[in-house]
Each structure stands twice: as C-alpha cells, then as structure tokens.
Design a protein around this ligand. Sequence first.
Ligand SMILES: Nc1nc2c(ncn2[C@@H]2O[C@H](COP(=O)(O)OP(=O)(O)OP(=O)(O)O)[C@@H](O)[C@H]2O)c(=O)[nH]1
Length: 419
Amino acid sequence: MSESGKKQGFWSKLFGTPPAEEKSDAPEALDARRQAGQDAEPSHEQEGHDPRDAAPPEMQAEWVKAGHPNPPEQEPPVPGDIWNPLDQPQEVRDKQEHGPEVTAGVEPVVEKKGWFARLSEGLKRSSDNLSNSIGAIFTKKRLDEDTLLDLEDTLIAADLGIDTATSIVEALRAEKVDKDVAPDEVRAILAREVENVLGPVATPLVIDQTKKPFVILMVGVNGSGKTTTIGKLSAKYRAEGKSVLLAAGDTFRAAAVEQLQVWGERTGVEVLTRPTGADASGLAFDAVQKGQDEGTDIVIIDTAGRLQNRTELMDELEKIIRVIKKRDPDAPHATLLTLDATTGQNALNQVEIFGQKAGVTGLVMTKLDGTARGGILVAIARKFGLPIHFIGVGEAVEDLEPFAAGEFARAISGADREH
Ligand SMILES: Nc1nc2c(ncn2[C@@H]2O[C@H](COP(=O)(O)OP(=O)(O)OP(=O)(O)O)[C@@H](O)[C@H]2O)c(=O)[nH]1
C-alpha cells in the first residue's frame, strides 16, 4: 500500500492524479540486432497536466523561493559495471557540490510537468527500447519459440534480469503459444509481470513514533542524490508537523555541508555540522544524542558518498553505525540507499555491498526524470526484495514520490502509450 493514500495537507496537495496517457510516435525497431545504425532518440514529450498548478499562490511562491529548476540536462554516465560517478562531467559534479540554483525573489512559477509525465519521460529510453523491440519481434501473428527467445534477449538487454525475463517468457508461453498475439498484448503481460515483481517491495517508509528520535541514515555512492533526498524528506516530514534534525555527515567536503545547510534553511530544519575533516561518527553520535535530549521526532544523517568497492570508506560507514548504536542500540531505524536511476547494472552491486556493510533497510531511486535505465529496479527487487520507498523525479523539494509499482510498470512497458 502506497503512502500516498495517507498524505495530508501540503503533500496531498502536491501530488494529484497522474496525467493522461502519453503518446509517442513509435519509431522502428531498436533492438541491437535490428538497429542497423538507426537508434531512435526519444520523441518530444507532450506537456502533462501539473497538479501543482492548482496549489495556492503562497505555496507556489514557496517553491519558487526554494528554487524550482527544470530537470537537468545530464548525459547518462558510462553504462554498466564500469560506471563511476566521479567520471561525470565537471559541470554535473559542480552542480552536485552546490545543489540546484536557488532563485532569488518571486518569479512566475515555471510550467512543470506532472510527476507521472516526468517518470514516463525518464523511463522513455528503457520503455522505447522495450516497446519498439516488442513491436519488431511480434510481427508474425502466431507465437512461436523463436519469437519467445528474441523477447527474452530483449528483456535481458533492458536490465530486467534473467529471472524476470524468464518468468515473462514463461507467462507468455503458457498463455499464448501457438495462438495469435499482438504486440500490445505482450506489453500488457510485461506490465503485469513487472508489477508482480515490484508490488511486494513498494512499501512506504513507516516512521515508528515510539522511537524518539527515529534515526534515518542515508547512504550511497557519490552523487546518487543522498543530500537532495534528505532535503525532500525533511520538507515532507516538516509538512506533516514532525520535528526534524539533520546531521551533515559528509565531513570530507565543505561544499557538501553547505548544500545540506541550504536544504535546512529551505525546509526550516536545524543542521548539525562539524568542521571539515572531523570524525563523521562523532557527529552522528552527537546528532542522535541531541535528538534524544530534545525529543526530536526524526534525525536524518547524511554521509559522504562512497564507491562500494572502497573498503576503507565502507569500514568508516560501519563505524558510523556502531557509534550510533552506542546512543541507541536500535538505531539507525532506517538505512536508506539512494540509487541513481541512470546507473544501470552497477546498481545491483551497490545494493549488495551497501546491504552487507550498512544493513540497508530500504531504497530510494533518484533521477527517474532523467535518462533513466529503470529496468534495473526490477532486477534489484527480484534479487534482494528490499523495500523501495521513494522515487526522485526532479531536483526540487516536492519531487519525491512514494514508489508505486503499477505506475512504474506501465511507464516502463509503454503499456499506456499508443504505438
Ligand atoms: N533530475 C534529478 N536530479 C536529482 C535528483 N536527485 C538528486 N538530483 C541531482 O543530482 C545531483 C547529486 O545530488 P546530491 O543530493 O548532491 O547527491 P549526493 O549523493 O548527496 O552526492 P555526494 O555528496 O557527492 O555523495 C544534484 O545535482 C541533484 O540536484 C532527482 O530525482 N532528479
């Protein structure tokens, strides 16, 4: 059950009904074997209805004050297991250091697409590849084994994982072999199977109010969206009337501390800091203690971005957790791993190693509004079964959504679009 049903006030006003289905011209086949050099770029997206437009003017002014940038134009990083966030272009890394620009004064609210439209656009590359390949494969009316094998290859190439690919092919074989089948029926089966995998892990992050404070530790590789997600979460929890304390645990970089302080100012939340180079675990300890002393509802601890294969940095993360436990043996009550949706296969390894070292309890997939490679979330769900709490669909404070399996499945399969 998504958290959206329970949302009140500010938050419930933010997230309206998803916009009507998106249409796109279906280009020809994209499958590598069929490409023949004709890789289709996503076509220009239609403007979606933005539920935020219906919000009161003072709220819109607040968003403008908080900076309301358009999604960044970022090229996807190098694909697969050689992906390294530190390889991103300097301007992207600069932006990561300083966060999105804050617009001074009140300007007209920028026309912004609804979150579902941004999710669909972000997943358009994955979705187009899948959907168009399905269109190209299912040219014969009758379903045969060769066609099923081609489909399996396509699903694996879309990062969905071998297990999911096999189960989709099995479902199709059971229902349709030797029968007439149209591409749209295959897309619908794909959407259904993806939803079956994602449904059980689409669970809200429940804040146990008996824990004072409820401690959330945010972990992930460099630039995966930890600090931005913390900013969005603190806005959400403040809007729910909860008290929040942030701890700027990336003590390596002054810019990271500043970035969290900007989010603290935007959301009216205190940020605990230490000088650059200070021990991050000491800061985490102090933050939990301060939260206990002051009866704070939620303490969110940021950590420095680290590649999962850097043993010494992962050891430091373990130390932070050990030290937090000295103040509260049950804490952290949630350890959230942020995954950049443009990462691809490397995300599987991130979940595995951060899971082992930091005891990750849930996932947030960020940048699903960009050039996302969303299929990997299905492989991750299948392999690890970890809760997926939220998705990030933009850089602004309101661009955090509870994860909804059905919407994600429809967006990635292209089942809602006309072909
Ligand atoms: N488009 C888009 N950009 C995002 C999203 N989440 C974060 N970003 C951007 O991604 C960049 C990195 O985000 P940060 O929050 O700084 O990432 P981080 O994990 O704290 O980075 P480090 O401190 O370097 O480890 C920033 O430019 C963010 O504005 C999202 O959901 N969509």
